[in-house]
Design a protein around this ligand. Sequence first.
Ligand code: C5P
Ligand code: C5P
Length: 476
Amino acid sequence: MSEHDGILSSYSELMRLCQKASEEIHGINDILVASHVDADGLTAASIVCSALARVGIEYHPLFFRQLDDVALRQIADYGSELVIFTDLGSGIVGDICRLGLKAIIIDHHKPESSQQQPLVHINPHLVGSDGATQLSASGVSFIFAYALASNGENNDLSPLAIVGAVGDLQDLARGQLIGINRTILEIGAKSGAISFARDLRLFGRQTRPVYKMLEYSQDPYLPGLSGNEDACIAFLKETGIRLGGERWRRWIDLEQEEKARVVSAIIRRGLRNGISNVKLERLIGEVYTLLRESEGTELRDASEYSTLLNATARYGFSEIGLKVCMGDREKAFERSRVLLGQHRQNLVKGLKVVNERGIVALKNIQYFDAGNEILDTIIGIVAGMCFQMADRSRPILAFARTQEGNLKVSARGTQDLVRSGLDLAEAISNAAKQVGGIGGGHNIAAGATIPSVAKEEFLELVDTIIGLQLAGTSFI
Ligand code: C5P
Ligand code: C5P
């Protein structure tokens, strides 16, 4: 089967499951939507909630860091007629079924194999598509919304699916969205809600003065520019770029010819400083513009939008992020911008902590322990950011203390390691289970919560399992 036929067949199968799900909710009056506290979880929930509202079904959103026993009890006790899980659930299908609820799972995490299944289980992994790179939970939710309306009435929700996929870095490996994410992108582009183009993939194209955008660039790290405001200003002046007039010029304010000049100058500088071609190639790729959002706001750019959402949900303010996704451009949007400022500061502090504490290398993995100094809800983001600059020959694990005194673990790998056999979801969830914890995720990125005392044992287990994975030996 060609790649194109494969995508088409997975998409049709997902559509069939989504149609089944829309039949199952027929006649139901109120639905609990249980979702995950990140950009993909928020966008997924907002797509489902909007679609339910449009067909007159009452919805109640609830957000969780993970589906542990406490979360499952809260969901069971809520007493709604049906529960739709978005961006979580597939990893613990058996436990969900044992609750005896009417449930639909809309997820993209690696599913647990289980005899028991909910009313409908919709997940790209179950239909031959990869949930880490080809479809996010918000994308699956969009297909559900599409099936529910069937006349294209919900196509305006497609940009949210793109924001969720970009928030999960599904465009990272190829510098553009692929698989079913791309099918959704095309639906959005046709409806005039989103556009895509090749451009500089630095963060802040809509909102940051150009010199700040360069100064804050972490991926790729630009030697002599990243972290050095004066050098960025001097660099732009040397390149003949006017920095501002009445206000600082942002990337979107530059002429096409000016943009090309800056990109060439960055590449020349990078090559002089020994940055690899592969890293420099990552500077250019596809960017996604939400055409119905105001220019110069975070919401206009999929990447900036997703960071704004993470700045709400990761700090316990999911309801603010959800309101923004569902159209609030006043109070909730203002509040989310304040939270974004704090989130940025926390990320900068987090990177400093890693620098100070250092990364420890084991045989097959490397790790750092942030103790109480990085919030458990953003440790994964910090791990991902510093991994871009660290040794990429072995996966990175990061530990942070939770409020309850447990350890949150975040793990990140590379596409190359995945091609060599790495499956972080399997390694992390297996090792977590063995030490009395709970985990899951994707082959390239996974997480868990484990008892604090189990750290050393957990590290040993993960190191061994990953050693076996990379040696091509099954450990089950
Ligand atoms: O829970 P969820 O699936 O939404 O989270 C996916 C996580 O995996 C995100 O934190 C994302 O940054 C990470 N990821 C990654 N590299 C990829 C794909 C996903 O670090 N290529
Ligand atoms: O929290 P973090 O960003 O490190 O999560 C990486 C991936 O692992 C995400 O897809 C997340 O949903 C998943 N995860 C999980 N179970 C946990 C923690 C994280 O499935 N207990």
